[in-house]
Design a binder for this molecule. Structure first.
Ligand code: NAD
Length: 331
């Protein structure tokens, strides 16, 4: 099987090169730095499968070009698939496989890192020390021990975050339509409104769907405690950015930690350090002293990259051999 990888960086070679050389997987990989979109989709010609990422365009027009070029398999080397038009994929006979739960702890540990960086003003403190400014003004934070965490979505990552919060000595509330039996004795499930009213730290871990789009908006922010800490490592669309900025201006939050934000697609994973930034969201958000932003790196650990590579190659092999497709996603 020949797989065309889109949007690759040096770190993608780390584990995929090793596995591609392993006869057990019997495949060749062509690495493209260009990301998948309607202009680059025809580069897949001659391949059997395409491998794409969270910031790839997998909309119907792109999938149509892939299908015209003989692509039958779309391998997502990520957990989320909100960027894939599953209906179009089914219509075009393209099977979509993903990597669920490659390392939930990688994402959850980053969520807690963001919560603490925002709460204890770590980035600001570091810059102050670099400027020989050893004063503590502006760095006052809150203890997490003894406070209340609210986990929205208790799948793999939310469960890992719940366990971390429990380890911090926090009371942990959770909201999800499905109650995760692994979390018995660790969380107490409540309705979303109760969670938002009670939690000092709110961490979002549900997928972006029509239902969850802007679940954090002016009305739900209003329910939250003053001086809550809000963390989003899930998808930017869960939060209404205008409502968030408005609340930050009113000093609603003690801290906000974001690994994802709305409209990140045009710039995520790219280097614009010597360029003009057209997206206005990041400069506004970073102007607040209590906001910490990273660019979709919560997954980015060696453990996670290795796990993503292994599952992606196992997905490809299962498809090639006609074996059951345990990681298939369908509309
Ligand atoms: P998962 O499927 O294991 O868990 C998602 C949970 O959300 C499920 O329990 C589901 O019932 C729940 N859910 C769905 N709709 C909900 C709603 N309306 N309200 C409350 N809960 C709801 O997924 P996961 O592996 O834990 O990943 C969660 C999300 O994290 C992914 O969808 C993806 O968007 C994001 N993610 C981000 C990164 C990153 O690097 N920042 C990496 C991986 C995943």
């Amino acid at each position: 099987m020949k797989i065309i990888f889109y949007g690759t960086r040096d770190y993608d070679h780390l584990y995929f090169d090793l596995l591609a050389a392993d006869p057990e997987y019997g495949c060749t990989i062509k690495f493209l730095t260009a990301n998948l979109d309607v202009d680059t989709a025809s580069l897949a010609k001659g391949g059997d499968a395409v491998c794409a990422f969270v910031n790839s365009d997998c909309s119907a027009p792109v999938l149509e070009v892939l299908a015209e070029n003989g692509i039958q398999l779309l391998l997502m080397r990520c957990a989320g698939y909100n960027n894939v038009d599953l209906e179009a994929a089914a219509r075009l006979g393209i099977t979509v496989l993903r990597v669920p739960g490659y390392s939930p702890e990688a994402v959850a540990e980053h969520a807690m890192a963001l919560a603490q960086a925002a709460n204890r003003r770590i980035c600001k403190a570091y810059i102050k020390v670099r400027n020989n400014n050893f004063a503590l003004d502006g760095l006052l934070g809150y203890n997490l021990y003894g406070s209340c965490a609210g986990i929205v979505g208790t799948g793999r990552i939310g469960a890992a975050m719940a366990r971390i919060c429990h380890g911090y000595g926090m009371t942990v509330l959770a909201y999800d339509q499905y109650h995760n039996p692994e979390l018995e004795g660790i969380v107490r499930y409540v309705e979303l409104g109760e969670l938002l009213r009670a939690a000092d730290l709110i961490s979002l871990h549900c997928p972006l769907t029509a239902e969850t789009h802007h679940m954090i908006n002016a009305a739900t922010i209003e329910l939250m405690r003053d001086n809550a800490i809000l963390v989003n490592t899930s998808r930017g669309g869960l939060i209404d950015t205008d409502a968030l900025i408005d609340a930050l201006r009113r000093r609603k939050f003690a801290g906000v930690g974001l690994d994802v934000y709305e409209d990140e697609d045009g710039q995520v994973f790219e280097d614009f350090s010597d360029d003009v930034l057209h997206n206005e969201v990041v400069p506004v958000l970073t102007s607040f002293p209590n906001v910490v932003i990273t660019s979709h790196q919560a997954f980015f650990t060696r453990t996670a990259l290795q796990s993503i590579a292994i599952t992606t190659m196992e997905n490809a092999r299962a498809f090639d051999r006609g074996e059951p497709l345990v990681n298939r996603v369908e509309g």
